[in-house]
Design a protein around this ligand. Structure first.
Ligand SMILES: [Zn+2]
Length: 243
């Protein structure tokens, strides 16, 4: 359980991060992304929903607009300007061919070597039950990395001019209870905190804590947990699936 985490691969240039909701990447992954954009790697975000069901006090139509705006701002903090949204419905994303096709299409358009997503397992750390959206999207991302390279699985994508892309070399899952790899994030922690803080409307509805203290405590906890298995260096961990 406490084996040392391997270092994340560095021989790649393009990554596509695919998650269910605005804020999913900001609870840790963005610290790694900040470092990668510093190295002039190209990172794009794909959000499967606009997180419209995420704020109890805001109706979904208004929440969708607010959360899209906050997501674009949080991406910009870590150097990401390519942010796209699919229109699946927040809370009831369905795992299946339609979702796999949408994700395969995005992978073909972006042609990433590394695909990022968040925890698709049943629980967070074996303790807290994960959401159905995270499980559905994470599993579909792992499947779509292969689907994107097979011209016969979704032939209609080829008809739309999206050629197969079989160049995904890894899918990296952050927040996994079974991490295998990590990346050192000392230089990205401050921006990760500010990036999470951009989801201010969401966070203010979520907690009575001071938003900045809440964000800082969360990012510190994530990066120090990974540090315990990465030579004491602040890090973000991933479960890496090579292809
Ligand atoms: Zn989420």
């Amino acid at each position: 359980m406490t084996a040392r985490l391997e270092t994340m691969p560095t021989d790649w240039q393009r990554a596509l991060a695919i998650v269910a909701h605005p804020d999913d990447l900001e609870y840790g992954t963005a610290a790694a992304i900040a470092g990668w954009t510093d190295e002039r790697r190209e990172i794009s975000y794909l959000l499967v929903t606009r997180g419209e069901a995420g704020i109890d006090t805001l109706d979904p139509a208004r929440a969708a607009k607010v959360r899209e705006r906050e997501q674009r701002a949080s991406a910009a903090v870590v150097g990401v300007t390519s942010v796209e949204f699919l229109d699946h419905q927040d809370g009831v994303i369905q795992y299946g061919p339609a979702l796999r096709r949408d994700l395969a299409a995005a992978i073909r358009r972006h042609r990433p070597e590394l695909v990022l997503t968040i925890n698709h397992h049943d629980t967070w750390g074996g303790t807290f039950w994960n959401t159905p959206d995270h499980r559905a999207v994470g599993r579909a991302v792992l499947d779509a990395a292969a689907d994107a390279g097979n011209r016969w699985i979704f032939p209609e994508l080829g008809d739309r001019g999206l050629s197969p892309w079989n160049g995904v070399r890894w899918v990296a899952v952050s927040g996994s209870p079974h991490p295998t790899h990590a990346v050192e994030v000392s230089g990205g922690i401050e921006r990760a905190v500010l990036s999470l803080l951009e989801h201010r409307t969401y966070i203010e509805a979520l907690t009575d804590e001071d938003p900045e203290s809440y964000c800082r405590a969360f990012i510190d906890q994530v990066t120090s947990t990974a540090a315990d298995r990465f030579g004491g260096r602040p890090a973000v961990s991933f479960e890496l699936f090579p292809r």
